[in-house]
Design a protein around this ligand. Structure first.
Ligand code: SIN
Length: 348
């Protein structure tokens, strides 16, 4: 892992506007926002995570009017390759930084592909009410009309804003501010790639102005009972679809997984072949959570499957990838029985 740290800039010796600017740590992890292509018109054949954090910041001179920036290169990965130890490193580093009086907020630059998972993980494990804002880009840094620089400026603007405090982990992307729990990537190529289905963004950021239009209801950050750990319970995802077999579930049970999240059809409904295998998994002490592959809406407990009888848990509005994050944290915290896990999913 590539980790370099710069300390916060020394405030000017004469009183001036910049000395009172908020101090924002920018933690770079890679992604398309740090991507480079062979030519400026190329927005798909590029390498993610090759541009360093200092270069990302240098492309946005206006940052110096918004905050005093402390950059750190935490990693340089394509976020499709996000690994659990890197989550641990990132969350621990954020908690360390926010525990000091020297840092008023954190911005994380990240790839778009797994941003929604990392954001939700941090939402549940950051132990501070100071702002933490993730951002990313759909076009590499080398592209014509690269979206990264403005997204970065907007993310720092949100992290430096008093209204962002206590809102949990946020995602600033394409002028919108999303809650980490709600946000999902919904386009493979469009610059407006992130949405919060059903309920919409929390607010917006534009030209230095930040406005929140609604608050976050569910528990997060300081109210979360979860902590980041170095040991991650093994949880995998399986999908239900026409003609699916039980082979994947049986293989996961044989591999010793602690939990399985099902990306079910519709209201989290599960093909009967898969459901039988999952019911057997529950009888062996494996947690099974029903979510939906649909992309919006919620999964009703005891709706499409008899959760009470089968020992399944409903993921509610969490998509399969976020449900997996919560299930890992819940199992790590010692919640194992279906009723206890359902309480967790109803709370977070
Ligand atoms: C990545 O997720 O690291 C690559 C794709 C992107 O950032 O858009």
């Amino acid at each position: 892992m590539n980790t370099s740290t710069s300390s916060l800039p020394t405030p000017p010796s004469t009183p001036g506007a910049t000395s009172s600017l908020p101090r924002i740590a920018v933690l770079a992890t890679g992604g398309t926002i740090a991507g480079a292509a062979p030519d400026a018109a190329n927005t798909s054949g590029y390498q993610a995570g090759v541009v360093g954090v200092d270069q990302l910041l240098a492309a946005v001179p206006a940052l110096s009017t918004v905050a005093r920036i402390a950059p750190e290169q935490i990693a340089s990965v394509d976020s499709k390759d996000m690994a659990l130890p890197l989550w641990t490193t990132l969350a621990q580093r954020i908690n360390t930084l926010l525990a000091t009086d020297d840092v008023d907020g954190v911005v994380v630059t990240h790839g778009t592909d797994t941003l929604e998972e990392t954001a939700y993980l941090l939402h549940l494990t950051v132990k501070s009410d100071k702002p933490v804002v993730l951002t990313a880009a759909m076009r590499p840094a080398s592209a014509l009309s690269a979206d990264g620089p403005l997204n970065l400026l907007n993310a720092v603007t949100v992290a430096a804003h008093a209204a962002a405090r206590g809102q949990g982990v946020l995602v600033a992307f394409n002028n919108r501010i999303h809650c980490a729990r709600d946000v999902v990537k919904t386009s493979t190529y469009a610059v407006d790639a992130f949405q919060s289905p059903e309920i919409g963004a929390l607010g917006w950021v534009q030209d230095g102005r930040v406005e929140f239009q609604r608050g976050v209801v569910r528990a997060h950050t300081l109210a979360s009972g979860f902590a980041i750990d170095t040991v991650w319970p093994h949880v995998e995802i399986v999908a239900s679809y026409a003609g699916v077999s039980r082979i994947a579930v049986d293989a996961l049970v044989a591999a010793g997984v602690r939990g399985i999240v099902v990306a079910g059809t519709g209201n989290g409904s599960i093909h009967q072949a898969l459901q039988q295998a999952l019911a057997e998994a529950v009888s062996r002490g494996i947690a099974v959570v029903r979510s939906s592959r649909v992309g919006s809406g919620h999964v009703m407990r005891n709706g499409a499957a008899a959760d009470d009888a089968l020992g399944f848990v409903s993921a509610g509005t969490l998509n399969p990838y976020k449900a997996r994050v919560l299930l890992m944290l819940a199992l790590a915290a010692g919640h194992a029985a279906p009723a206890a896990l359902q309480r967790v999913f109803d709370t977070y």
